[in-house]
Design a protein around this ligand. Sequence first.
Ligand SMILES: Cc1cc2nc3c(=O)[nH]c(=O)nc-3n(C[C@H](O)[C@H](O)[C@H](O)COP(=O)(O)OP(=O)(O)OC[C@H]3O[C@@H](n4cnc5c(N)ncnc54)[C@H](O)[C@@H]3O)c2cc1C
Length: 336
Amino acid sequence: MRQPLYGPEQAQGIWVYLEQQGGQLEGVSLELLAKARELADETSAELTGVLLGDGVKALAKDAGAHGVNRVFVAEDPELEQYRTAPYARVVAGLVAKHKPDIFLLGATPDGRDLAGRLAVRLRTGLTADCTNLALEDGTGLLLGEVTGFGGGILATIKCEQHRPQMATVRPGVFAAGAPDESRKASIRRVKVALAPEDSRVEVLERVIEEGVDLTRSKVIVAGGRGTRGDFSLLEELAELLDGDVGATRVAVDEGWIGRDRQIGQTGFATRPALAIVCGISGAMHFTVGVEKAETVIAINSDPEAEIFEHADYGVADDLFKVLKPLVDEIKQAQAK
Ligand SMILES: Cc1cc2nc3c(=O)[nH]c(=O)nc-3n(C[C@H](O)[C@H](O)[C@H](O)COP(=O)(O)OP(=O)(O)OC[C@H]3O[C@@H](n4cnc5c(N)ncnc54)[C@H](O)[C@@H]3O)c2cc1C
């Protein structure tokens, strides 16, 4: 690996990339701030936010209410829409100058894109798609937990010599804290100096895909291969419980349901109060996406299925036989 830009002895503080969209901070940024605040308190480190855009300064106040001590704000018309080159130049410049120890970004499409470019430019490592973060006892090194080698293991990755220690975390992994308006961040304006080549890519149109946001769902009824593509009872149950339908990757790949419904390592990390998982075997790739649910009920016809190891309650039976009377019963109860 190439020489680091700077090493542990020069590094200090925890940084969070504050992703914004349509005049609001992304949910994942608030979730990261909650976790980063916890890590910063453990080590008495300063917590810094990095905010880029055009006319976004007001959002620094929101970040302050979520526990940031200081926010670097870079505003420029060229930064109005996310584009890799100008964003990477501004953020890499800030990192090289101020030398953070840890830098966290949301694993959104833009966050992933930026993190990869930054890691190369800053000559450091990147632990992508973490399912948890912690600090190592004794060394204080950032430990990023990821599912690895086909999902059979949970790996903990650390970056010993290169700085910043970078990680991306998917939406829904951590819970956002409540804002406290009495907390204020100091705001540092950043002078934006871009190069002509940063503007080579022009954004012609930005299309936001409509879909369900499973990271915010309170109740999820999820289906896998065991549904054989028939999600009708799951949909009915989800509606009765004011919840949303989720799925395994198998169900999505089969084309039975949209990709916005996929739970798991390459889908969404959810944290509902209740997850009812039907006809799902319990592969780790899936279970990492429901492990933060308060209560998991599994329905699987195979009594030996792995999913029962991850459930609070289990029904070893045909899902259709279980769901039909359950739906009827809830309908009757709600009609009273
Ligand atoms: C790199 C990588 C990333 C991945 N990412 C994800 C991810 O994000 N999300 C994800 O879900 N998967 C992911 N996968 C796939 C994952 O490993 C599993 O293959 C997948 O989760 C299995 O889906 P399933 O449980 O629907 O199907 P299966 O494993 O085939 O299980 C079907 C289950 O249904 C039960 N069943 C059958 N009929 C019935 C019935 N009538 N009533 C009740 N139960 C019944 C069976 O007993 C069985 O346990 C990933 C894989 C890789 C390699």
